[in-house]
Design a protein around this ligand. Sequence first.
Ligand code: PMP
Length: 465
Amino acid sequence: MDGTFNENDLSRVIEADRAHIWHHLIQHKPFETNDPRIIVEGKGMRVWDQNGKEHLDAVSGGVWTVNVGYGRESIAKAVYDQLMKLCYFANSAGSIPGSIFAEKLIDKMPGMSRVYYTNSGSEANEKAFKMVRQIAHKRYGGKKTKILYRDRDYHGSTLATMSAGGQDERTAQYGPFAPDFVRVPHCMEYRKHELGHEDLSGEAFGKAAADAIEEVILREGPETVGALCLEPVTAGGGVIEAPEGYWERVQEICKKYDVLLHIDEVVCGVGRTGTWFGYQQYGIKPDFVTMAKGVASGYAAIACMVTTEEVFDMFKDDASDPMGYFRDISTFGGCTAGPAAAIENMRIIEDENLLGNCTDMGAHMTANLQALMEKHKVIGDVRGKGLFLGAELVADRSTKEPVDEKLAQAVVADCMNQGVIIGVTNRSIPSRNNTLCFSPALIATADDIDQITDAVDGALGRVFG
Ligand code: PMP
């Protein structure tokens, strides 16, 4: 390739991509013959690709991120102004946007008190894991080091967060993993037969699913269990909302056995389910809350690990001990662009009542998907909360046998041809991507939602007849 590189010359962009980019999460073999997709521009709910084709983005940047939509000038300006004032200083010192955002965030999270800035969801989760380990050493003679995580939940791509990974299909080839991460069963009502709970429903099932956590704690020994890490609504594991009665029981169990509750809000956080945080839908009182994607809607890289004053105090009550504080750093946790963008992101959500819109549009989309379920018997289940929804495709409604993954992918491809980007994620055992997922920006209108579900309707008709 010659040295000239004009970013408007998209064939050169594609050439350079093919030569040098290792994309996330996809097999590259097809790029030997097909062009990779390059997203060039975004505005509101829509993005344009290298061919100038317009797409309605029903997945907020692919992975539940751009909650306030594309092209927000006020966020870009807030970031620009802050960068010109101060781009960076290590977070052992404070910053103006860091303080302002922390106060605004804590205001939305009664009971929480301290914000630890970092730059990815995985990293935020690791910070909480490290705190749990340090508390075990400081308070419990090195014993309460075990961290429980749930089947189907995902907490990140690093080795420690994969040690807490509940999706075997993602972790199978990356072991061995860190010790003292222990799995608890899932809580998915649609597949309760896997848990032997066919006879239970609603709250009775919810309680039984939570009781399974207590069984694991008792099996492991409560004196060894430091924390339980859960997604409020499981995202990549199949868009799974816990049944009624579950969270109340989880909270009781954590209290009974002195187990810290870590809620991973990397996807649900900052509005996705219609409340500021997913856990607030269920009356949970967490000890740690981690968040990333929606914090600044992708306008800057920022993640937060938020905890209580009680946890914070454990790290400062022995100031004479040189090992007593949290000996951790995240270099880019000191970038000021993140909190500057996050402040403006939060203002937009408030001023435009996007939580209310998320709840209303979530209900509208759920109704549309349920109507599709009446029409297409391949949809076995519709679930989720707010604008965070999934439709599981099954070959047979009575056995719940997942559809062939290729067919689910064909539905996604058909929607893409129609100019609508939807996602597909994994729920089933054996492992197959069979759950269509939807997470449009919180600014979606009823017309946008109808366009998405109409595309799915057409695609299902073509793929499954
Ligand atoms: N937790 C959950 C629930 C997630 O969905 C993700 C990312 N998909 C992560 C953690 C990890 O976040 P990141 O990719 O920013 O490290």
